[in-house]
Structure formats: structure tokens, C-alpha cells
Design a protein. Structure first.
Length: 81
């Protein structure tokens, strides 16, 4: 809700507000058993990489996404659906 409220307020000034909600990512300090459990929860059977989350951040900050605001975008490989 914070993202939506901030987007509405900032939108009046032409500013977009979005949130990226990453799941577990590599490299990371994940215990091996937790890493294995997260890999099994994902339909892709792997953990995302930091560059993949970074690419999402770059994309939503670009002018190509000028109409996207007030969104919380999950980057978890559908592990938490």
C-alpha cells in the first residue's frame, strides 16, 4: 500500500514509484539446506541471480515503462505463488 500511495502522490509531479520484491538471489549467504529448499520451490529449479533482479530494476526505471507506477513486482521465479 505504501508504494501505491507514494506513486499517487509523486505522480502529480511526474515521478513514478515502483517496488521490486526479490526472492532469494545468488550470490548470497544462504545456508546450503535453505538454498536447496528454495531451488525445489521454484518451477525453474534454481535461485535467481542478482543481475536478473538488477535487470528488472533497470527496465522499470526506463522510459519504456513510463506508464508503470504504483506496482510491487516480485522477482522470485514464481517460487512463492
Amino acid at each position: 500500500m505504501l508504494t501505491k500511495c507514494a506513486a499517487k502522490e509523486a505522480g502529480e509531479k511526474g515521478i513514478r514509484v515502483n517496488t521490486v520484491a526479490p526472492g532469494p538471489t545468488l550470490p548470497g549467504l544462504l545456508p546450503e539446506d535453505f538454498k536447496n529448499q528454495m531451488e525445489q520451490m521454484s518451477p525453474f529449479k534454481r535461485i535467481g541471480e542478482a543481475r536478473e533482479v538488477g535487470s528488472l530494476c533497470v527496465a522499470i526505471a526506463s522510459d519504456d515503462m513510463g506508464w508503470v507506477s504504483g506496482q510491487v513486482i516480485s522477482a522470485d521465479g514464481a517460487a512463492f505463488c
